[in-house]
Design a protein around this ligand. Structure first.
Ligand code: 2RA
Length: 352
């Protein structure tokens, strides 16, 4: 019997990408059950070329499910993942609710696949999309040269904030698109958006169109955002380096989908650009795009919709020994969310 898979949060931005991914990948699943809030119950969605009606979330909806993938807000996962486990499912959760729980593995199949086998709570967490954007490439370099320090700045897409983030960016772009006077006086974009779109409607704390916003997530004290601490804590957990030195600055940019990161990584062993490039070229799921003279480097617009991590701008840091600077991009809804979740589910389905 092929295992039964449930997709919880099937109607959201990640859920929508998930249905596309499940339709494209090898068909290892028997039934695929779609679950969402009561509001979406009865809605017909297409997966594997067939229309499937969405079921309202309930304990019974998990009966007979072998693996349940959750793409819902933290509080919904916190409440419902344990219920799905009680009903017999293994949960692969893409929220932040369980990632740092010592009894929940945090898994990236290319980096720490074996961690998925030890899951005392019956739950496996999928990392945050910002961590995931860089971790496959870094995991490969760490395996060979032992990572000791990591300084990163992110350039995060609007879809990291879900469908409301995508909608808001498009609404803002519409307002600014036809007014070439904007962007020349402090506050003019903010005023134009407030006038046309109203106050307080945005998932972002400042205008995103014609702007960059140095904040993602919630405040975690001493000036840090939740997103920045996730990058630190999750990188340590996935790579298994408890004392990895990490400093992150997370920034939102007016890109619909695909996160980017500028990475400054220091290693214990001597590393050269040529060796690192070769290791990344050979790494599964990594594509090196690195010929600035030929105008070739990874960009979000060239990455969106693709599965791999793209790496470019590889340089030896001039003033820091054993340190590389590089730029990475990855589709935050695919490898950053749905794809990694699907890969984890496939990994554990093999052992069922
Ligand atoms: C963001 N990392 O980009 C978050 C979403 N998981 O906002």
């Amino acid at each position: 019997r092929k295992p039964t898979l449930a997709v919880v949060g099937a109607t959201g931005a990640v859920g929508t990408v998930m249905l596309g991914i499940l339709s494209q990948r090898e068909n290892v699943w028997g039934e695929i059950r779609l679950i969402a809030s009561a509001r979406s119950a009865g809605k017909l969605l297409t997966v594997r070329g067939e229309q499937v009606a969405v079921q309202a979330i309930s304990p019974e909806a998990f009966d007979g499910v072998d693996i349940a993938m959750f793409d819902v807000p933290d509080e919904i996962s916190a409440e419902w993942a344990p219920i799905a486990v009680e009903r017999g499912a293994i949960v692969v959760d893409n929220s932040g609710a369980f990632r740092m729980d010592p009894d929940v593995p945090l898994v990236v199949p290319e980096v720490n696949p074996d961690a998925a086998r030890n899951r005392p709570r019956g739950i496996i967490s999928n990392p945050n999309c910002t961590t995931l954007t860089m971790i496959v490439a870094l995991g490969e370099l760490h395996r060979k040269w032992r990572l000791t320090e990591l300084v990163v700045a992110s350039y995060q897409a609007a879809s990291g904030a879900g469908q409301p983030g995508i909608d808001r960016l498009h609404d803002e772009l519409e307002v600014v698109a036809n007014d070439r006077s904007l962007g020349n006086v402090a506050g003019d974009v903010r005023r134009a958006l407030a006038e046309k779109l109203g106050e307080g409607e945005s998932p972002f704390p400042a205008p995103l169109a014609l702007n960059v916003v140095p904040w993602a997530g919630s405040a975690k004290g001493e000036g840090w955002s939740s997103e920045e601490l996730k990058v630190r804590n999750e990188s340590r957990k996935i790579l298994g380096i408890a004392d990895l030195k990490v400093s992150a600055t997370c920034v939102r940019v007016p890109v619909v989908t695909t996160h980017s990161l500028a990475v400054h990584a220091t290693f214990a062993e001597e590393i050269t650009v040529a060796e690192a490039r070769q290791a990344l070229v050979e790494a599964p799921s990594v594509v090196v795009v690195d010929d600035p003279d030929g105008k070739e480097f990874p960009t979000p617009a060239d990455t969106v919709g693709a599965d791999p991590t793209f790496v470019g701008r590889l340089r030896q840091a001039l003033d820091f020994p054993n340190t590389l600077d590089l730029f990475v991009t990855g589709d935050n809804l695919r490898k950053g969310a749905a794809l990694n979740t699907a890969q984890i589910a496939e990994l554990i389905a093999r052992d069922l």
